[in-house]
Design a protein around this ligand. Structure first.
Ligand code: AQP
Length: 333
């Protein structure tokens, strides 16, 4: 059976190693598989659920495309496009919002985390964003969605909404039920300053994450300052359970090197953090710095980036216009 892949990244700036290892690296793997059609979206409508500076947003949209291409995506093989240019996403989100239930949205933990204590002041967009995400995915008859572990609950909601819509309108199998593709190992990269918190674009501390556009010196400095504990590195994975920072750094090393954590543990068992951090810096510079370098070259050519998006927007519109027409017919609009 052929696969249809859809995933998105928010152009909210500060793209980091977590976004790369949890999502973008996988996007590239799928692109290179046979019988697989890939659609990757710069989800700008998701980004504006929290305040974005208009001029910076425009730049961040281009920067996200630059990160996709610098990481190995090829716009001739995959559809790369900008969500807000394909109006069917918003239109479908409204229709799906009429099938989704409040109780389901109330359970979304990401809303609770992002809205904080005073959730009355959060935007309605932030609350209903998982419905827009469902529309993004279901519009393209997606079969598989590669995402980081933090998006698992939203994917389950997407599946529930699709089931409910098919049931409500007596159209079994009209909306395809997508499968999440979450990496088994290190699907959640943690902050360099707190191994219990997700590495995140919006963390106010720049030292908490390695950005995809960091210089070699910035990478070295951030790894040097990353939080650790005082013990030498362990010889078994069980011991890592109570050592979140050690677990995270060993995980980043394993994931970048495409190796099992057990091999990384074997390599560094008994060593102190400063030796390990030197090796980790070397590896991050080897794997991430070329992406950073390539991103700055691509970013110099705005017309190239704009053309990549224009090409992708046309291809995405073609698919989504057809699907929304079918949706409207089923709903009776
Ligand atoms: N720390 C992470 N580890 C693994 N995967 C991650 N992803 C994000 N953070 C990590 C995955 O990256 C993809 C794109 O994420 P996004 O831009 O849509 O938004 P997000 O999940 O909200 O990412 P951030 O960095 O945490 O942004 P802010 O701070 O704005 O909320 C997704 O597949 C995500 O799972």
């Amino acid at each position: 059976m052929s696969k249809k892949i859809f995933s998105g990244v928010q152009p909210s700036g500060n793209l980091h190693v977590g976004n790369y290892l949890g999502a973008i690296k996988n996007f590239v793997n799928f692109q290179n598989q046979t019988n697989t059609e890939c659609i990757y979206c710069v989800v700008d409508l998701h980004a504006i659920t929290v305040r974005q500076e208009p001029n910076i947003l425009k730049e961040n949209i281009r920067e996200t495309v630059a990160a996709f291409i610098a990481s190995g995506l090829n716009h001739k093989k995959s559809i790369i496009f900008q969500q807000s240019t394909v109006a069917e996403h918003s239109e479908f989100a409204w229709i799906l919002g009429c099938s989704a239930r409040m109780g389901w949205l109330n359970r979304m933990t990401q809303f609770k985390e992002k809205a904080g204590i005073d959730k009355e002041k959060a935007s309605i967009g932030l609350y209903v964003y998982p419905v827009l995400m469902a529309a993004d995915i279901l519009l393209y008859d997606t079969t598989h969605v590669p995402v980081g572990e933090d998006q698992k609950q939203h994917l389950e909601l997407t599946r529930d909404i699709a089931h409910k819509f098919n049931l409500d309108f007596n159209s079994p199998e009209f909306l395809k039920i997508p499968e999440p593709m979450i990496q088994k190992n290190f699907s959640r990269i943690m902050s360099l300053k707190d191994g219990t918190k997700k590495m995140s674009k919006s963390d106010p501390s720049g030292l908490s994450r390695i950005n995809l556009n960091d210089t070699k010196e910035e990478i070295e400095n951030k790894i040097k300052k990353a939080k650790t504990d005082t013990l030498p590195l362990p010889d078994n994975s069980k011991e890592l359970e109570n050592r979140p920072e050690a677990k995270n750094l060993l995980g980043i090393y394993s994931s970048l090197n495409n190796q099992d954590i057990s091999n990384t543990i074997k390599e560094f068992s008994g060593k102190n953090f400063s030796d390990f951090k030197n090796k980790l810096s070397e590896l991050v510079i080897e794997k991430i710095y070329p992406i950073s370098n390539e991103m700055s070259k691509i970013k110099k050519d705005n017309s190239f980036i704009d053309n990549v998006l224009l090409e992708g927007n046309i291809k995405a519109s073609k698919i989504s216009t057809k699907k929304i027409e079918e949706v409207k017919k089923i709903v009776g609009l």
